[in-house]
Design a binder for this molecule. Structure first.
Ligand SMILES: C[S@@+](CC[C@H](N)C(=O)[O-])C[C@H]1O[C@@H](n2cnc3c(N)ncnc32)[C@H](O)[C@@H]1O
Length: 351
């Protein structure tokens, strides 16, 4: 139900022409001696430890950082990841790469850190010393087993910071919720429904509409765990970058961030220690499946308004999908995602 299309690895056409090439000299320090594992579609992918790459990126060269590191839950990743560190060691490691991410961020750029609340509390305290706090976004995720003597953990934390005043912030609107059975609207908005924006309500800092990436068709067979929904990256990218700007993800995983960046006409820098080959395979085969997304994006910079799914739908020949700067209706998707209550392996809350 959530699948709409495969991501084709094409240069998107969004309004004005965007050159989807990323010049290495603009990104890498002159003495870096680095060459990417793969480059194309506005991106550079490095197959290495992010701490070997990040220090070699130029200061203030990136518009948005999105980081989804291992959560130190003792999970098995590739052979180069130790996901079972002592707590102090894990936090010190995170602070090391976060410091580099802060350095490479442009003034006004944004940084997102996706992690367990347990880790994002101390890491948020670290980030607050260097950046401006914007939001703690709670992303609903109910896949663990109940834990004796504890509340049922039902969300991950997505910290959102900016380097000073944010230079790009596009307002996102989500569909007005309706009942899956009768199709009637669920809330009356305090009697002010008539005054509501027809494009939907302001995106909140609690996201209950992110589907889990559980079905095989959304995953790589070679790297089945921990892929995020494209819907999270849709929002991160649309909210904080303009077409042509640069998104950095130091923990590429299965390539979700890069597929979304390509789809939206953004450039990108990716790092992945163990699965860069899988990322290239998935990008070039267009194998990363987007989840359905009915957000409306108001692009403040250009004054244009468009649906987040507009590009994909226009490519698919949908005449109702709007074009470039104009808004044509995008049907709300009132249905909640698939059942999220299945127990996870080892009580882990990922994947
Ligand atoms: C939680 S996953 C990221 C998943 C990704 N957001 C996606 O949607 O597919 C974390 C990834 O970081 C990679 N990784 C772990 N340590 C790393 C390091 N030091 N440098 C670069 N990548 C690393 C792991 O191999 C793993 O694929």
């Amino acid at each position: 139900m959530n699948q709409v299309a495969r991501f084709p690895l094409l240069a998107p056409v969004i309004g004005e022409a965007v050159s989807l090439t990323l010049n290495q000299a603009d990104i890498l320090k002159p003495s870096s001696g680095l060459s990417p594992y793969w480059s194309g579609s506005g991106g550079l992918l490095f197959a290495d430890d992010c701490m070997n790459i990040l220090p070699r990126l130029r200061d203030a060269s990136v518009d948005t950082v999105f980081a989804d590191p291992p959560f130190n839950l003792g999970k098995l990743y590739g052979r180069n990841t130790d996901d079972d560190l002592a707590e102090e060691k894990y936090l010190a490691w995170c602070e090391t790469w976060l410091a580099e991410c802060i350095r490479v961020l442009k003034p006004g750029g944004s940084l997102f850190l996706y992690n367990l609340p347990k880790w994002n509390i101390p890491l948020g305290a670290f980030l607050s010393k260097h950046l401006t706090f914007r939001h703690w976004i709670a992303i609903e995720h109910k896949s663990s087993l109940p834990i004796e003597g504890r509340l049922y953990p039902a969300h991950y934390s997505l910290l959102y910071y900016s380097k000073g005043k944010p230079k790009t912030f596009s307002r996102i609107r989500t569909p007005i919720l309706t009942c899956r059975h009768c199709d009637g609207e669920i809330r009356d908005y305090g009697g002010h429904r008539h005054a509501m924006n027809p494009n939907g309500v302001n995106l909140m800092d609690v996201w209950t509409d992110i589907p889990p990436v559980r079905h095989g068709k959304f995953k790589s067979a070679k790297r089945p765990a921990n892929a995020l929904s494209t819907k999270i990256l849709d929002r991160v990218v649309e909210m904080t970058t303009a077409p042509g700007e640069i998104v950095l993800d130091p923990f590429g995983g299965s390539g979700t961030t890069f597929a979304v960046a390509v789809d939206k006409g953004r450039r990108w820098i990716g790092i992945e220690i163990d699965f860069a080959d899988v990322i290239v395979e998935r990008l070039t085969e267009g194998a990363i499946m987007p989840h359905k997304n009915s957000d409306f994006v108001e692009e403040r910079l250009s004054g244009a308004v468009k649906g987040a799914d507009g590009l994909r739908r226009r490519r698919a020949g949908d005449p109702e999908a709007g074009a470039g700067s104009g808004l044509r209706g995008v049907a709300a998707d009132p249905r909640p995602g698939p059942d999220r209550s299945a127990p996870g392996k080892k009580r882990q809350r990922r994947g």
